[in-house]
Design a protein around this ligand. Structure first.
Ligand code: SER
Length: 889
C-alpha cells in the first residue's frame, strides 16, 4: 500500500467517526520552545490547555502532521526506524471519548480488512504496552478488544508517560507494536526487542500538566487539564514499512527512489556493505527533511533552524562523495524526493523552483568550503609532518569542523590518507566545551517559556484590548504589575516594571514592526514605556517601562499614550516595507519570497530568499517603482476577513507564519500590494515621503537583505550624500558627475605607483643582500650563509630574499638561512640549492630547528621553507644550532 493511500485511509476512518480533518500545520510554529513541530498534537496545544476552545465540530479532529526530530540524527540509517522527517497521523478528542474510544478506534483501523477500509494487520502480531498502574487501559485491551494478557506489557514513566519534554500537557500512554518476525530480533515483546517489535501507534490519555524537568519522567505533575483528552500518533512511515514489507523506513515508496538516484550518481550499489548502506539511507532521509524544511520557508544559516538545514545538506553532500560522486548531486536528490512527496503534499509543486535554488546554492557553497577546508587540512598536515609528528592536534580538527564545516569523519579519513592520526581526546574536549556553551544558550531560551506561566491568569481572564489602530491615547486600568519576574502590587520611582493594562493603544512588536514607545501617566506619576510585547498566544500586552516619577498601584486608572512622532515614523517605515516588497516582486518575479523584515521609525530592512546578488540596475528599478508608488498617493486600506478569503483575494502571506482564522489584509493601490499584516500603516502612500534604498547584501546563503530609510531620514541621507559629493568635487576640482571616472583614474595611478615603489624596494634589498654571498661559510661539503636582515623586513620578503640568494650559488651545495626582527615577530626562512637537497638537506626540517630557538614553528618543502617566531634573542643560538646540524652530517 502506497504511503498516500495510508494517509487517505487514516483520515477517512476518523472522518467517518465524526472527526474534522485538519490540514498539517507548518513545520515552523510560533512557539519559542520548539525549533520544529515534533508531534501531531503541537498545533492543538492551546485546546488541550483550555486556553482556546477547539473550533471543530464535535470537538474531535484528525490530522497528518509534518514532524521533524533531529536529536537522533546520528542514528539515521543505523537503526531501521529513525527518520528525521516523518508524518504523524493522529486523532484528537477534546473532552469527548477517552481511553476506551481511542483504543477501539485504533484497533479497528489497524485490523479491519483492506476491503473494509482498514490496514488489514494480523491481530496475532500486535502487542501493546500500558503505563505501570493503568489497570483501566490494560483491562480495555484484554476484555473489550481481546488482546491476550501475555501480549500486554507494562512500562514506566520513561516509556509510557508522554509529554512534550517541557512543561505542558501530558498523560499516561498506551503503545501498539507490530511483531516483524524472528528474523528481526529476539522474542519477548516490545520490552525485549524494540527492533523486532516496531512501535507504530502511541495513544496518549492527556489529562495532566507537568512542570520543569527532563523527558525521562523526572518532573512533577503540577495540575490537571480542564478536560480529559485524547492525543494519538501513528507513524505513517513505520506503517508503510510494514505494509510494503520492506526491511526499514528508508526503503519505502517515498525514499527508495532517492536511494536509486544515489546509486546512479555515485556508481555504488545499495545492499552490499553496511557502511555504504548507512550513507545511502542518510542521503534519502536527509534529502526529504531538507526539502520539507525549505518548503516551509527555512534557508540555510549558522544558527537555529537554518543550521539544522545546513547540517542536513552537508551530510548529504558528504555521503554522496564518500559513495563516489564527484560533482553536484543535490538537484537530483531534491527533484526525486519532490516527485515522491508531491502526491501527499501537492503544495510542493508551486515551490519546486525555489527549493531547488536554495539547495543548489548551498551545495555549491559547501563544495567550495570543502575545497578551502581541504587546503587548510593540507597546510595542517604539512606542519605536523614538518615538525616530525604524526598526530593532527585536536584544536585543528575542531577548527576544521567549526570553521570549515568538516564533519570529523571527513578529517579522520583525510588524516588516514595522509598517514596521520587525529588527537580525538583533545577534539572531543573542544566539542564538549562547545556543547556546554550551547546548553547554556538553551537554558537561557527555556527561561522565556517558564515566564509565560506568570501571565496565565491574565491571559485567560483579562486579555488586552488593542485600540491603537485608531487611537493614540486611551484610559486604562492597571490589571497587574511584574517586577523582577514576580507579580507585585505596586511600583515606585526608579523601578523597572512590566505593566498589564486592560486596554492599550500601544502597538506590541509583531510582524517585523518594532513596539511603540510611549508613556503611562496618572497625576504626577509618569512611566516611560520602552518596549511592548505580546504573550499567551498574543492575547496579553506587556508594557515594559521605567517609573520616572511617582508610583503606581494595581487597580489604578491611568492614561496610556503612544509617542506620536514615533508611531508616525513606524507607520511610514512599515508601509514603505510593503511597497519595497511589491516592487521587488515586480523586478525579480514571484520566487523572491519574503524571509523576514524589521521596521522602526525612519528605517527598514527586508530579507528575502534569492540566491544571486542584485545588479545595480535592479536595485535602481526597485527604488524607482517604490518611489513612484509613493508619488501615486495610493490609498492604504485594511480589510478584516478570513484566511481563506484573503488567500482568494491574492494576499501574500509570510510562509511559515501561523495565522489565525481571522486575518487582516493591508491593500495599497488595489493590485499594487496586498499582504496579510497586523501592523500600523499610513493612510495614503504619499505620507511615507521619499524612500532611500541604502543597498543590498547577503544574509547567509540563499537570502538577501535590502535596507532603506523612509520619510525625513531619507531626506537627511540624501542631503548628507550630496554634501559628501560636493566636498569631493571641491577637493578634486571636478563636477560631481565626473567624480566616478576621476576617482577610478586616481586609484589606478596610485596602484601603479605603489607597485613601482614595491619593486624598487625589493631591488634595493636584493642589491644589498647580493653582496652577502661573500659571507658564506664552508661547513663540511656545504656552503652555509646565515643572514640577519635589517629590522623590519617582513615575512613576505623572506622567501624572495632566500630564493634570490639561493640562485646566486648556482650548482654549489648551499644552505641559506635568513631571519629578521619585525616589531616583535621574528620571521625566518631556509633555502637549499638542488645539489644540497640531493645531499640530504631538508629546508623544512631546518626551519623546524630554527623555530625551537626563535619561539615559533614553520614548514615547507625541502628546497624552501619558512616560519615565524617571537623571540629575537634566540637568533644567535638558532644559527649555531643550524651550523652544528650541518657540520654533523
Ligand atoms: N503526542 C504523542 C507522540 O508524539 C502521540 O501523538 O507520540
Amino acid at each position: 500500500m502506497q504511503t498516500h493511500e495510508i494517509r487517505d485511509r487514516f483520515t477517512q476512518h476518523f472522518v467517518n467517526a465524526g472527526h474534522e480533518a485538519v490540514p498539517s500545520a507548518s513545520l515552523i510554529l510560533d512557539d519559542p520552545t520548539l525549533l520544529f513541530v515534533n508531534a501531531g498534537m503541537v498545533p492543538f496545544k492551546p485546546y488541550f490547555l483550555g486556553q482556546q476552545n477547539p473550533p471543530f465540530a464535535n470537538n474531535k479532529a484528525t490530522s497528518i502532521q509534518k514532524c521533524v526530530r533531529t536529536l537522533d540524527i546520528e542514528e539515521v540509517g543505523i537503526t531501521t526506524r529513525h527518520n528525521t522527517f516523518f508524518q504523524m497521523a493522529g486523532n484528537f478528542s477534546f473532552g469527548q471519548y477517552f481511553k476506551e474510544g481511542a483504543i477501539e478506534l485504533a484497533w479497528t483501523l489497524l485490523t479491519n480488512p483492506v476491503d473494509k477500509g482498514g490496514f488489514g494487520l494480523d491481530p496475532e502480531r500486535l502487542w501493546v504496552t500500558v503505563f505501570l498502574d493503568d489497570d483501566e487501559a490494560a483491562e480495555i485491551w484484554e476484555k473489550k478488544i481481546g488482546v491476550p494478557a501475555e501480549r500486554i506489557q507494562r512500562l514506566g514513566m520513561e516509556d509510557n508517560f508522554w509529554s512534550m519534554g517541557i512543561p505542558g500537557p501530558c498523560g499516561p500512554c498506551s503503545e501498539i507494536y507490530y511483531d516483524r518476525g524472528p528474523e528481526h530480533g529476539k522474542e519477548g515483546g516490545p520490552i525485549a526487542d524494540d527492533n523486532r517489535y516496531m512501535e507504530i501507534w502511541n495513544l496518549v490519555f492527556m489529562e495532566s500538566i507537568r512542570g520543569e524537568g527532563d523527558k525521562k519522567g523526572n518532573f512533577e505533575i503540577v495540575g490537571e487539564l480542564p478536560k480529559k483528552n485524547i492525543d494519538t500518533g501513528l507513524g505513517v512511515e513505520r506503517l508503510a514499512c510494514i505494509l510494503q514489507n520492506v526491511d526499514n523506513v528508508y526503503e519505502t515508496d517515498l525514499l527508495r527512489p532517492v536511494i536509486e538516484a544515489a546509486e546512479r550518481l555515485t556508481g555504488s550499489t545499495y545492499g552490499k556493505d553496511q557502511q555504504s548502506d548507512i550513507r545511502f539511507r542518510v542521503i534519502a532521509d536527509h534529502s526529504r527533511t531538507a526539502m520539507m524544511i525549505i518548503l516551509d520557508g527555512v534557508t540555510p544559516s549558522n544558527e537555529g533552524r537554518g543550521y539544522i538545514l545546513r547540517r542536513l545538506m552537508r551530510r548529504i553532500v558528504r555521503s554522496a562523495r564518500l559513495l563516489g560522486s564527484e560533482g553536484e548531486t543535490l538537484s537530483t536528490f531534491m527533484n526525486t524526493i519532490m516527485d515522491t512527496m508531491t502526491p501527499s503534499f501537492p503544495e510542493i509543486a508551486e515551490h519546486r523552483e525555489r527549493i531547488l535554488r536554495v539547495a543548489v546554492a548551498e551545495e555549491k557553497a559547501f563544495l567550495k568550503t570543502l575545497e578551502s577546508g581541504t587546503r587548510r587540512f593540507d597546510e595542517t598536515a604539512a606542519t605536523v609532518r614538518g615538525s616530525g609528528a604524526s598526530v593532527v592536534p585536536g584544536d585543528k580538527a575542531f577548527e576544521l569542523h567549526d570553521t570549515y564545516g568538516f564533519p570529523i569523519d571527513l578529517t579522520l579519513e583525510m588524516a588516514a590518507e595522509a598517514g596521520l592520526s587525529v588527537d580525538m581526546d583533545a577534539f572531543e574536549a573542544e566539542m564538549d566545551a562547545q556543547r556546554q556553551r550551547a546548553k547554556a544558550d538553551n537554558k537561557a531560551k527555556k527561561h522565556r517559556n517558564l515566564d509565560e506561566s506568570l501571565y496565565r491568569e491574565w491571559v485567560d481572564n483579562q486579555p488586552t484590548e488593542f485600540v491603537g489602530f485608531t487611537q493614540l491615547e486611551h484610559d486604562a486600568n492597571v490589571i497587574g504589575l511584574v517586577r523582577d519576574g514576580q507579580k507585585v502590587g505596586e511600583a515606585s520611582a526608579g523601578d523597572e516594571v512590566e505593566v498589564i493594562l486592560d486596554v492599550t493603544p500601544m502597538y506590541a512588536e509583531a510582524g517585523g514592526q518594532l513596539a511603540d514607545r510611549g508613556q503611562i501617566v496618572v497625576g504626577d506619576t509618569v512611566l516611560s514605556v520602552y518596549d511592548v510585547q505580546k504573550v499567551g498566544n498574543k492575547k496579553l500586552w506587556i508594557h515594559k517601562a521605567t517609573v520616572d516619577t511617582g508610583g503606581l498601584e494595581v487597580g489604578q486608572t491611568v492614561r496610556a499614550e503612544v509617542d506620536a512622532p514615533w508611531r508616525h515614523g513606524a507607520r511610514q517605515a512599515h508601509t514603505a516595507t510593503h511597497l519595497i516588497h511589491a516592487a521587488l516582486r515586480q523586478v525579480l518575479g514571484p520566487t523572491a519570497v519574503q524571509a523576514g523584515s524589521m521596521n522602526k521609525p525612519g528605517y527598514l530592512r527586508f530579507d528575502f530568499n534569492y540566491t544571486d546578488a542584485l545588479a545595480p540596475e535592479q536595485l535602481d528599478q526597485i527604488a524607482m517603482i517604490t518611489n513612484q508608488a509613493v508619488d501615486a498617493d495610493f490609498a492604504v486600506n485594511t480589510i478584516e476577513t478570513t484566511l481563506e478569503q484573503a488567500k482568494a483575494m491574492g494576499a501574500m502571506a509570510l510562509f511559515g507564519e501561523n495565522y489565525g482564522d481571522e486575518v487582516r489584509v493591508v491593500e495599497i493601490g488595489g493590485p499594487f500590494s496586498m499582504e496579510l499584516c497586523g501592523g500600523t500603516h499610513v493612510e495614503h502612500s504619499s505620507q511615507i515621503g521619499p524612500v532611500a534604498i541604502l543597498g543590498e547584501s547577503s544574509v547567509g546563503s540563499g537570502a538577501r537583505r535590502i535596507e532603506a530609510y523612509s520619510g525625513l531620514d531619507s531626506f537627511q541621507y540624501f542631503s548628507k550624500e550630496a554634501a559628501i559629493a560636493n566636498l569631493l568635487a571641491g577637493e578634486m576640482k571636478a563636477p560631481t558627475e565626473d567624480l566616478p571616472d576621476r576617482i577610478a583614474q586616481l586609484t589606478e595611478r596610485l596602484r601603479a605607483a605603489e607597485k613601482e615603489i614595491e619593486n624598487l624596494r625589493k631591488k634595493e634589498l636584493l642589491n644589498a643582500t647580493g653582496e652577502l654571498v661573500n659571507n658564506a661559510e664552508t661547513i663540511g661539503e656545504f656552503k652555509v650563509l646565515v643572514v640577519t636582515l635589517p629590522d623590519g623586513t617582513a615575512g613576505g620578503d623572506m622567501r624572495t630574499i632566500a630564493t634570490d640568494l639561493k640562485g646566486r650559488f648556482g650548482t654549489e651545495k648551499a644552505v641559506i638561512a635568513v631571519v629578521s626582527n619585525n616589531g616583535g615577530k621574528v620571521p625566518f626562512a631556509v633555502a637549499a640549492t638542488k645539489p644540497a637537497v640531493e645531499s640530504g638537506i631538508k629546508a623544512g626540517e631546518l626551519v623546524g630547528l630554527l623555530g625551537q630557538y626563535l619561539g615559533g614553528k614553520g614548514g615547507g618543502k625541502p628546497d624552501l621553507a619558512q616560519g615565524s617566531g617571537n623571540d629575537a634573542s634566540g637568533i644567535d643560538a638558532a644559527f649555531s644550532a643550524l651550523r652544528d646540524d650541518i657540520a654533523n652530517r
